[in-house]
Design a protein around this ligand. Structure first.
Ligand SMILES: *Cc1c(COP(=O)(O)O)cnc(C)c1O
Length: 413
C-alpha cells in the first residue's frame, strides 16, 4: 500500500470524509441538476432530522399515529417521529434500497388510518420512482416525506428529487462544507414554519468549526496561518466559558451537559434535540449554500464517483451496489458491497481511508425477520467518499490503497 509519508503535504493531513472548505465548492461548471432549493418553499434549519420532525408535524402526525420508515435507514430518522408522539414501523426495502411497495401496502392494510406518514429515502443519491408510492399515499390519505439527505441534487425521468413528496428534507452537511444545516422544502404546500436565530455563540461556532475542519485536512493554509492567533484565543475563551457554564449539580455532583451552543446532530450522534426545531441555520452555512456552485459540486461528485467505478472494476471480493451512474444522479458516496466487510473496513481505517458503513447500526428490533435486505446492506456496505473537495493526489492515493486492501483481503493476506 502506498506509504503516506512520501506524499505531497496535503496528503499528510487526514483525507476528509465529508466536504471541507476549498475552491472545489465554488467556481463554475456547465451541467447541473435540480436541487432541493429550486422553486420550492424552503426553510434552512440546523439538520436533516429537524426538518423531518417539522415535516411530520406539518402533516399533522401526532400521538398514536404510525410513521412508516425504511428498515434500511439512518437511526437519526426515527426520533423525529417519536418527537411528534408517533409510533415508528419499518418497511422492507429491495436489495438495491428501493422501497418494497407490497410491504408498505401490507402495513397500510393492517394498520389502516393509524398510518399517517411515510418516509421514503433516495439512498446514496440514487433517485427512486416514487409515483407508485405517491398513488398509494393518495388513496389512503397518507403524507409522504421524501428523505433527500443523500440527494440534495437529482432527477429521474424529468421528475426532480423532492417534488413527489408533500415535503422533502435535506442534510446540507453531506453536500456542502459546513458544520450544521438541514433543509425543509415543499413544492406542494406552503410552509408554516417560522425560524429564529440561535444566538451569537452558535453563529461563531458554526463558522469556526467549518474553518477548523478545512485546516485539519490541510486546506486553506494561508488563512490558517492568519487565523492561528485568533483561534488560539478562541480555544482558551471556549474552555473558560465551558468551565463556567457547566457547574456540577450540587445534589448529584454530576456536571450538566455544556449549554447547547450547537445541535448534537453536528457531532455524528443520532439524537433529536427539540430545542433546535425553531432555529435557523447559521449565517455562515446560509452564505456557503448561496455562494456554492451547484454545477461544480454535481460535476465533481459525478466525476469522482465514476473514477471509483473505474478504479474498482474487477477488484476481488466486492462489487458496487449500483451497476451504473444514471444521468440524473449526484451521488453522496460510492457504495461498495464487500464480501468480508469487517476485515476490509478495519484495514481501510487503519490505512487512513475515510469511509462510513451506512446502515451498520439500525434501530433496535430491526433484524433479518423485519428485512433481510437491510441487514445484508448494513453489514456489507462500505461507503467511500466522492465529494467535491477531494484533491487529485488524494483520489489517486485512495484508489490505489482501496485496491491494495481488497486484493490483500481476497488473497487472505
Ligand atoms: C444523515 C441522514 C439524515 C439526517 O440528517 P442530519 O442532517 O444528520 O440530521 C436523514 N436521513 C438519512 C438517510 C441520512 O443519512
Amino acid at each position: 500500500m502506498p506509504p503516506r509519508n512520501d506524499l505531497p503535504p496535503v496528503l499528510r493531513a487526514p483525507i476528509p470524509l465529508a466536504p471541507v472548505l476549498s475552491g472545489a465548492t465554488f467556481g463554475s461548471a456547465a451541467a447541473t441538476l435540480p436541487s432541493l432549493l429550486d422553486g420550492a418553499d424552503v426553510r434552512l434549519v440546523t439538520s436533516g432530522r429537524i426538518a423531518i420532525g417539522l415535516a411530520l408535524r406539518a402533516l399533522g402526525v401526532g400521538k398514536d399515529d404510525i410513521v412508516l420508515v425504511p428498515a434500511y435507514h439512518s437511526p437519526s430518522m426515527v426520533p423525529p417521529a417519536h418527537w411528534c408522539g408517533a409510533e415508528v414501523m419499518f418497511y422492507r426495502v429491495q436489495p438495491d434500497t428501493a422501497p418494497d411497495l407490497a410491504a408498505i401496502a401490507a402495513l397500510v392494510e393492517r394498520h389502516g388510518s393509524r398510518v399517517k406518514a411515510i418516509l421514503a429515502t433516495h439512498f446514496f443519491g440514487f433517485v427512486h420512482d416514487l409515483a407508485p408510492l405517491r398513488a398509494l399515499c393518495d388513496r389512503h390519505g397518507i403524507g409522504l416525506v421524501e428523505d433527500c439527505a443523500h440527494c440534495f441534487f437529482g432527477t429521474r425521468a424529468g421528475v426532480p428529487a423532492g417534488s413527489t413528496g408533500d415535503y422533502a428534507i435535506g442534510s446540507t452537511m453531506k453536500f456542502f462544507p459546513m458544520y450544521e444545516g438541514g433543509v425543509l422544502a415543499s413544492r406542494r404546500h406552503r410552509l408554516a414554519v417560522t425560524l429564529r436565530g440561535a444566538g451569537a455563540g452558535f453563529e461563531l461556532k458554526s463558522a469556526l468549526n467549518a474553518l477548523e475542519a478545512a485546516f485539519a485536512h490541510g486546506r486553506l493554509p494561508v488563512l490558517r496561518a492568519a487565523l492561528a492567533l485568533p483561534l488560539y484565543v478562541k480555544d482558551r475563551l471556549w474552555q473558560a466559558l465551558k468551565a463556567r457554564s457547566t457547574p456540577a449539580d450540587p445534589a448529584t455532583q454530576v456536571a450538566t451537559p455544556a449549554s447547547a451552543l450547537a445541535p448534537t446532530s453536528s457531532d455524528s450522534s443520532f439524537d433529536f434535540d427539540a430545542r433546535w426545531t425553531d432555529k435557523r441555520s447559521s449565517w455562515f452555512s446560509r452564505t456557503v449554500l448561496r455562494r456554492a456552485s451547484q454545477a461544480r459540486i454535481v460535476t465533481l461528485r459525478r466525476r469522482h464517483y465514476l473514477e471509483w467505478q473505474a478504479a474498482l472494476a474487477g477488484a476481488p471480493g466486492c462489487r458496487p451496489l449500483f451497476d451504473a451512474l444514471p444521468e440524473g444522479v449526484c451521488p453522496w458516496v460510492f457504495p461498495l458491497l464487500a464480501d468480508q466487510p469487517q476485515i476490509v473496513a478495519a484495514r481501510l481505517l487503519a490505512a487512513g481511508v475515510p469511509m462510513t458503513r451506512f446502515g451498520a447500526t439500525l434501530w433496535p428490533g430491526v433484524d433479518a425477520g423485519v428485512c433481510a435486505n437491510s441487514i445484508a446492506l448494513g453489514q456489507r456496505l462500505i461507503a467511500l467518499p466522492c465529494h467535491q473537495a477531494l484533491t487529485d493526489p488524494e483520489r489517486a492515493w485512495l484508489h490505489a490503497t482501496v485496491r491494495a486492501v481488497l486484493a490483500d483481503c481476497a488473497a487472505g493476506a
